[in-house]
Design a binder for this molecule. Structure first.
Ligand code: PMP
Length: 353
């Protein structure tokens, strides 16, 4: 605390990022990164961009990347916004689009950055509990509100909402903006991007951090109709007009174009997820049905905190969640096959011991 802090900084409760360990050789299944890394074509593009041109500012509009993303969806670059990780894209959406006189709605439990942005921008929020099966119940959002944000699949549960449910949410109030945070959509959920042309109250946010193995490059994007994108650009240009550097624009553009690499890796991760879910169930865990690159699971007998600590002592890092409304869960990212085997073997040893 300093007497120079503004009142808003004094009351902020900042997000606590998952551990990025300094110790080597840990099996890192705690922050939902890809175990496979980026497309070799992305690495080649980054290497090529890492030259004398770095003395020049990047393209402030990141046009090459926006065009690559738009082309995939039959949209124009004006319907795509890019930022420094989807966290930054979301931050701009909270500041520029989600602050209203009426409250913002989001599920409890969901991405824990949402309340942080609400604190930062003074946004009133109402948290809507999940149902007894940890699902988002769209009918609960049919109430006076300024906007809605929800992850699909939800995080950290991993449970996806079908597209028809997103459409129902959009139809509840055409004057209310719905932001769908699709950080994990490529692992088996249906994307709402196809709904954008017919819905001016929809913004879809995605990231390069998970299915494209580029968490370290910090690139995310939003897709929506032009007026929404222009709103985000107004915020961006009042904050940092060069959010993506030259390496990020080059690497992300090449990664987005390499559909084969992306498809192969996301399918591999989905297959490993099913194997992990079965293995965990055999060890006495209840595993929620996941459409993400992680599973959310709780053990009938053993406390999540103890299991997470015992795994860490054996070199495996997972994330522990405990909240009154949801109980005591582990969120386990899907690693390589060898990492998944190691996780199951260590858990089995812990539970036997
Ligand atoms: N949304 C959700 C639901 C997430 O879990 C994450 C990752 N922590 C993000 C957005 C942000 O990801 P990034 O900033 O790496 O794009």
């Amino acid at each position: 605390m300093s007497r120079f802090w503004s009142p808003i900084v004094s009351t902020l409760k900042p997000y606590v990022p998952g551990e990025q360990p300094k110790i080597a050789n840990l099996v890192k299944l705690n922050t939902n990164e890809s175990p496979y890394g980026p497309s070799p074509k992305a690495l080649a593009a980054i290497a090529e961009a890492a030259g004398d041109a770095l003395r020049l500012y990047p393209d402030p509009t990141s046009m090459a990347l926006r065009e690559a993303i738009a082309a995939r969806h039959g949209l124009s670059a004006g319907e795509v916004f890019v930022g420094n990780g989807s966290d930054e894209v979301l931050a701009h959406a909270f500041m520029g689009l989600l602050k209203h006189e009426k409250p913002l709605l989001y599920p409890d439990i969901s991405y824990s950055f949402y309340p942080v942005y609400c604190g930062l921008y003074g946004i009133e929020a109402v948290e809507i509990p999940l149902d007894d099966a940890f699902r988002i119940r769209v009918a609960d959002y049919d109430r006076p509100s300024g906007a809605v944000i929800l992850p699909n699949p939800n995080a950290p549960t991993g449970i996806a909402l079908p597209l028809a449910e997103i459409e129902a949410l959009l139809a509840q109030d055409r004057e209310r903006l719905v932001v769908v945070d699709e950080a994990y959509v490529d692992f088996g959920a249906e994307s709402a991007v196809s709904l954008v042309p017919a819905h001016d109250n929809l913004l879809v946010v995605q990231t390069f951090s998970k299915s494209r193995g580029l968490a370290g490059l910090r690139v995310g994007f939003a897709i929506g109709q032009r007026p929404l994108i222009e709103g985000l650009e107004r915020v961006k240009d009042s904050f940092n007009s060069y959010p993506l550097d030259r390496l990020a624009i080059a690497g992300a553009t090449a990664a987005y174009r390499d559909e084969a690499w992306f498809d192969d890796k996301r399918r591999t991760i989905m297959a490993s997820r099913e194997r992990v879910a079965e293995g965990l169930a055999a060890l006495g865990f209840e595993v929620l049905p996941s459409s993400a690159n992680f599973v959310f699971a709780r053990h009938g007998q053993r406390a999540g905190a103890d299991l997470a600590a015992a795994l860490r002592a054996r070199g495996v890092l997972v994330r522990h969640f405990a909240k009154p409304r949801i109980g005591d869960f582990l969120r386990i990212s899907i690693g390589t096959d060898a990492e998944c085997d190691r996780l199951l073997a260590e858990l089995s040893a812990i539970l036997e011991g």
